[in-house]
Design a protein around this ligand. Structure first.
Ligand code: DAU
Length: 351
């Protein structure tokens, strides 16, 4: 199989390429990535080193109309799209870039896939499109309505709708996966888990938005990649597949767990102002992919978390490299002011 992966230098995309090259010794992978801030500078070389003869790379935006002829001549069997702006906080500060990449980029990619012979396109989406659950709600099914609350989630929901509409209008074999919060090695340290581990290792405060009782549904990134592969190989065009390891946990409990694994004090926990329109709870039902495609998560949260923490302990050079001056400038200029460093305070965690 020869596949095109878009956004393959990001966190989930790079894991997927590694998984795919290692699982299928005959497979070829081409990776199109714009190498934005979220791609670690070492990632292109790392992926190349995995299978130099079966891997190629093109630095390009998925919105680029010129991609059409390049993809057409590549004779790919399928495209898997990971390319996206993904950080909710950034989408609040700069929604335009999310519309450009996540909506216009996907619209272009749909046309690219059609012109390249109507090839199969797996579009990687998110549980955030369903919006926030109440404590008593059952986890979301694929049939739940879309109710996004952040510019990020709205851009992903828009792309999902465009993809579904293209499937119906042009008989395009488009499949959508919606996954929960991923964690694992190589995640950019602006997302909760890597930020928390890196800050704790450096004895820096851990910023907890609001009361910290928001619930996220956690999945180890490799389990997600296996789920995407199941959809790529066996999924039905036009269908949506939720991917979840049923790992719902409150942020504050996850934070305490990580501090305990690291042997760091709870006094690092620092409550800060809340993210605007912060979704209270995510949770997905993944019975469909389990029963129809035979996928199952392999990692428990405990197992995945421990190995992730170990990876960040062993690979401090990796995350320190991206927490350089640009990262610091971004945080100082945007986050602290917007999310209320003024009203941040350390307080005893008794919940
Ligand atoms: O649910 C899937 C989604 O998970 C993906 O589609 C997104 O791309 C990904 O960014 C993630 O979104 P979240 O907003 O849930 O992830 P984040 O790591 O930013 O935050 C997780 C929770 O932790 C959320 O309730 C906000 C909170 N948080 C986050 C950060 C960065 C904090 O309390 N403090 C923080 O410093």
């Amino acid at each position: 199989m020869k596949i095109l992966v878009t956004g393959g230098c990001g966190f989930i995309g790079s894991h997927f390429i590694e998984y795919f090259l290692k699982t299928y010794p005959g497979a070829q992978v081409a990776n199109v990535d714009l190498l934005t801030y979220a791609a670690h500078p070492d990632m292109p070389n790392y992926l190349e080193s995995l299978a130099p003869e079966r891997y190629s790379f093109l630095k390009r935006d998925i919105s680029d109309p010129e991609l059409k002829s390049w993809v057409k001549s590549g004779k790919f069997d399928a495209i898997v799209n990971f390319a996206a702006e993904t950080h909710v906080d950034r989408s609040i500060l700069d929604p335009d870039s999310f519309v450009r990449t996540n909506v216009m980029g996907v619209q272009n990619l749909l046309a690219v896939a059609r012109e390249a012979g109507n090839i199969r396109l797996v579009h990687v989406s998110t549980d955030e499109v369903y919006g926030s659950l109440k404590p008593e709600d059952p986890p979301c099914l694929e049939t739940n309505s879309l109710d996004p609350n952040s510019p990020y989630a709205a851009s992903k929901a828009s792309a999902d709708l465009l993809a579904l509409a293209s499937g119906r209008t042009y008989q395009q074999p488009v499949l959508i996966t919606r996954c929960t919060n991923n964690y694992g090695p190589y995640q950019f340290p602006e997302k909760l888990l890597p930020l928390l581990i890196a800050n704790a290792l450096e004895n820096k405060p851990i910023p907890v938005y609001g009361d910290g009782k928001q619930v996220r549904d956690w999945i180890y990134v490799v389990d997600h990649c296996r789920g995407i592969d199941a959809v790529l190989q066996k999924g039905h065009p036009g269908e949506i597949y939720n991917i979840s390891a049923s790992g719902e946990a409150r942020n504050i409990d996850v934070i305490k767990k990580v501090l305990d694994i690291l042997g760091k004090p709870r006094s690092l926990i620092t409550y800060v102002g809340d993210r605007p329109a912060h979704d209270r709870r995510y949770g997905l039902n993944s019975n469909k992919i389990q029963s129809e495609l035979g996928w199952k998560p392999q990692f428990s949260f405990e197992e995945g978390l421990r190995s992730t923490v170990e990876w960040y302990i062993k690979n401090q050079e990796w995350w320190k490299k991206v927490r350089g001056s640009d990262y610091q400038k971004y945080y100082q200029a945007n986050y602290e002011n917007k999310f209320g460093s003024k009203n941040s305070k350390n307080r005893e965690v008794n919940s």
